[in-house]
Design a protein. Structure first.
Length: 309
């Protein structure tokens, strides 16, 4: 009886070992297959300088080519006042259509240039936005109404209008995807009542570099409330990113300290004008970024930053 029991245990252990070996083998084969894939893949990320003295802004451009298919993705487009440089950048990259425009939140320094893009003749195929509660919208009536007017214009022009689903992951190709890390309507628990900034979505772009996945975290204007929730509930999702768009232009009210230490980026991209970055409101963020030894790029100082992936 004892020998029979021992045989059963050995069979179970053997089966588990075989399962683990096959799982690891399958993962390796999958990665090697991707690495040896004959399809030509190229991606570029451009952190566009849409800041000007006294005016901050955010615009992120992703150009992803897989074989003969080219996909253009933007996250925010900056304000109207710097739209000329934005449109020049799009034209320099031969962009006639933005396939996906992902809006973090509807403040004008993030969504103000949408009308300028349309007026330039560049088409927007699909736009995603976050739905916010009326209590938040009433506090931001001018920006909210401007954004609703833009959505109506986009709809008339044939743009597909979509709201971010919960737990959203979207593949732009086999090797490039985006994951929705955070969204909030401004009132619902457990986060509760927040400003418009803390309703902004946080998006993690993931791409394959060799056999390793790399990540770019786009954070919009989130502040202390949103970042505290993310640090407590989304630790693994934001840990050790490669590139971080620094939230809220690096200025107060800023994210909690732990957000920077957990993300621990190789490169920190700051969408701010020079005197803001050098001023009192950015002092603490600057000190933390220097402490974690990240490369810092400030839009109004360094201009456009382009990263090939």
């Amino acid at each position: 009886m004892k020998n029979l029991f021992g045989d059963i245990i050995n069979v179970i252990i053997g089966a588990v070992a075989i399962f683990i070996i096959l799982t690891v083998f399958g993962f390796v084969i999958d990665k090697v297959t991707i690495w040896m894939c004959p399809i030509q893949v190229q991606g570029r990320y451009i952190f566009i300088d849409v800041s000007d003295e006294g005016q901050q802004g955010l615009a992120n451009l992703f150009i992803y080519e897989e074989g003969d298919i080219k996909t253009v993705v933007m996250v925010d487009v900056g304000p109207h006042s710097t739209s000329e440089h934005l449109i020049d950048t799009l034209r320099e990259n031969s962009i006639r259509q933005i396939d996906y425009l992902l809006v973090t939140h509807y403040h004008k320094d993030h969504a103000g240039a949408i009308s300028d893009i349309l007026d330039s003749g560049i088409n927007i195929k699909t736009i995603y936005y976050n739905v916010t509660d009326n209590a938040v919208n009433d506090e931001n009536k001018e920006d909210y109404q401007s954004f609703i007017d833009v959505l109506n214009t986009l709809s008339e022009n044939g743009t597909e209008i979509r709201q971010y689903p919960d737990n959203w992951t979207f593949y732009f190709g086999r090797f490039f995807r985006v994951e929705l890390i955070y969204k909030h309507d401004g009132v619902s628990m457990p986060i509760g009542r927040t400003t418009l900034n803390d309703t902004g979505v946080v998006l993690k772009f993931i791409y394959l570099k060799g056999l390793k996945e790399k990540s770019i975290l786009i954070t919009g204007d989130i502040g202390p409330v949103a970042s505290d929730y993310i640090v407590s509930n989304k630790f693994e999702e934001i840990r050790d990113v490669n590139i971080l768009q620094v939230p809220h232009h690096a200025a107060t009210p800023r994210v909690v300290d732990g957000f920077f230490y957990i993300t621990s980026p190789d490169i920190a991209l700051v969408p701010a004008y020079e005197t803001l970055w050098d001023g009192e409101r950015c002092k603490d963020t600057k000190m933390i970024l220097e402490n974690i030894d990240t490369q810092i790029r400030v839009s109004d100082i360094d201009g456009d930053v382009e990263i090939v992936f």
